[in-house]
Design a protein around this ligand. Structure first.
Ligand SMILES: [Zn+2]
Length: 416
């Protein structure tokens, strides 16, 4: 390899002339600074459209971009940052081959950062890359916007799930659309109303909306209304995990009421004991630990009402598991049982479920994958709870698109 190729390869840049590389002492730290310029063919191009444009002025003058550390040494590219006058975009900063427009970091740095953000704890990413969480978040937004422009994620949709995800402690909502066939998040926007959902159908367009065969949601009427208006041919289903979540909530309500009753009756120890049963009751039986199974057996002998609530939840889950005709039969039996269960939470749930019977039967008959939409829902909820918080819904959506929308870049230098 010619020596002249060594620096561009190490710095992970293309179409770039390396003028000089030097170690400098800055803020008590030794840093590597590479003075660079675009090769002749890449000079004087618009950073919006990439077309050749006339030079305008020196712009910001000399500036720096963070590159990936070389070894353990912090590394920068340094170059002029002139502005050009594009016939279409006006006066804009000239494009540079080593970084995205407006970025303060190189392509290789940003792609590495986005990949890490999708695969590691954010505190780890920030520490490793020596930047703030805000910088990581801004990089993710830019990488996702860049990559989203390259593909049409709404192409070929036939079966979709529409989900509302709460964030900021339930004060704000995102509307997320998932492709049931790939499990990918294909669209998301802040809001939980008809206007937000109509914006999705506007982006999709009437021709592609006409190709939708199935739409699943959480049972919200406003979602059903907009789907009926924009994709009337689509079969409406309810994602099983939403219905199971309703039952889980009902079990918890029964348990909480019992704890309250016991406390008021002076049974402090019994109340405390019951309080500790929460997870045993709410977990799926397959995920129970040995201790939790013992807890359930204890509830079965000491507290019939609570155990009945647990069994009701499990039968409902089973109905969604077996689906089809057997699912319908199980659900019919479940409704009768819930109505006479003498558990107010389940009597109420039976009413709700009776109201949603048509979309629930559709779910039983059409076999949409619950696992994928549930996994995406769980993942989005996890994202919203990340301790760092998101300064804007755009940052949250970008993160969701990065991890669930197939927009995560490959690590630089790894593509075959
Ligand atoms: Zn332009």
């Amino acid at each position: 390899m010619r020596t002249a190729r060594v620096w561009p390869v190490l710095l992970g840049v293309e179409h770039t002339v390396i003028e000089k590389v030097e170690l400098r002492q800055e803020n008590g730290e030794e840093v590597l600074v590479a003075s660079v310029r675009p090769t002749r063919s890449r000079r004087s191009r618009c950073s919006r459209c990439g077309r050749r444009a006339r030079g305008y002025d020196r712009g910001e003058g000399r500036r720096r971009w963070r590159a990936l550390d070389l070894g353990s040494t912090r590394t920068y590219l340094q170059a002029d940052s002139p502005r050009v006058s594009c016939p279409v975009h006006g006066v804009v900063v000239a494009a540079v081959p080593w970084a995205r427009a407006g970025a303060r970091h190189t392509h290789a740095f940003e792609d590495t950062c986005a990949w890490l953000a999708a695969n590691a704890a954010l505190s780890t990413v920030a520490e490793l890359l020596r930047c703030t969480w805000r910088t990581v978040s801004a990089i993710v937004v830019r990488v996702v916007a860049d990559r989203a422009g390259e593909t049409d994620r709404l192409a070929g949709l036939t079966r979709i799930g529409i989900d509302e995800i709460s964030y900021r402690k339930g004060h704000r909502y995102l509307l997320a659309v998932v492709d049931h066939d790939t499990g990918r998040l294909v669209w998301a926007a802040p809001g939980r109303d008809q206007a937000t959902l109509r914006a999705f159908f506007d982006a999709l367009g009437p021709e592609r909306a006409a190709l939708l065969t199935h739409v699943s949601a959480d049972g919200a009427q406003w979602i059903h209304d907009v789907v009926a208006e924009r994709a009337p041919q689509a079969v409406l289903c309810i994602d099983a995990f939403h219905v199971v979540a309703w039952a889980t909530k009902a079990v918890d309500e029964v348990r909480r009421n019992l704890v309250g009753d016991l406390r008021r009756a002076g049974g402090k120890d019994a109340a405390a004991e019951l309080k500790g049963t929460r997870w045993a009751l709410l977990k799926n039986p397959g995920d129970l630990t040995g201790e939790q199974r013992t807890t359930l057996a204890w509830i079965a002998t000491t507290n019939r009402g609570l155990y009945r609530a647990y069994l009701l939840k499990e039968q409902l889950r089973e109905a969604f598991r077996v689906k089809g005709r057997r699912g319908r039969l199980l659900l019919a039996g479940w409704l009768a049982w819930a109505r006479r269960s003498r558990l107010p939470a389940f009597v109420k749930l039976a009413k709700t479920i009776a109201r949603y019977l048509p979309p629930i039967h559709n779910t039983f008959d059409h076999g949409l994958s619950n696992a994928r939409s549930e996994a995406t829902n769980t993942h989005l909820r996890l994202l919203t709870r990340r301790a760092y918080g998101y300064h804007s819904p755009d940052a949250l959506i970008a993160m969701a698109m990065l991890t669930r929308g197939g927009l995560c870049p490959e690590l630089p230098g790894r593509t075959a």
